[in-house]
Design a protein around this ligand. Sequence first.
Ligand code: ADP
Length: 283
Amino acid sequence: MTADPVGQQTVSKSELAEDSQSSETPLGTPDVRNPVIESNDLDVYYGDTQALHGITMEIPERQVTALIGPSGCGKSTFLRSINRMNDLIDVARVDGDLFFHGKNVYDDDVDPVALRRRIGMVFQKPNPFPKSIFDNVAYGLRVQGKDDGDVEAKVRRALERAALLDEVEDKLDESGLDLSGGQQQRLCIARAIAPDPEVILMDEPASALDPVATSKIEDLVEELAEEYTVVIVTHNMQQAARISDKTAVFLTGGHLVEFDDTNKIFENPESDRVEDYITGKFG
Ligand code: ADP
């Protein structure tokens, strides 16, 4: 059982947890607020350029963790390193450790596709497929091999969790591309959560949306954190302050300068540089 160590179907929870804190803390135990993701001295390079320097942090289960900081400071790079999306960039190289439930996702025996089944992603620009609303969400199940049961019930449930069902219930066979931008993004969130991942990574999911649509996404993110671990990149500090439990502040050159409870970061940060950034003195 080594071919697919992070694949839910091919590995038991206790196997994955064996090099974690304790075998009595099985993977995904819902009421444990342990870190789901831990990065330890993580460096990421694009060719000769180092984009992240020694990132060490723990992301807690079923909370919203926001990654903030000025453009180019490595937020998206860090997000993509969590589910190995950087593997898709030829020049990207990762050093250091990134643990998911205690298993290093960069170990040779980890299948990135299986990893992404459990750590889903939503991108900045809504990217529905040119298919019906129903098929967009069902695709999320099919591609993950989870269309074995009642697809219709699962599609409806995902749309409901993504706060979209009421708006599309009567037009599930219409194209996803005919929805508004905000609805399209919620459709993409439904597609990401349909296969029931544990973690949802969001890369500025509201930055292309108007204020009303943004507010709906923000409400949704907070709701999703009741069931999922959410990690969200945002350049909008007010948004991070509104919706996140933990905030990581990345500053220029790809350094994580401070990581703490969101209230602490915004009200009384340790670092003067973070305070300057939060108060708008730079960045
Ligand atoms: P942020 O999300 O904070 O805006 P990024 O993670 O996108 O920052 O970028 C961090 C650094 O890595 C930047 O200097 C950026 O130019 C560089 N970078 C990002 N993606 C690539 C890529 N695909 N190829 C080369 N360099 C990249």
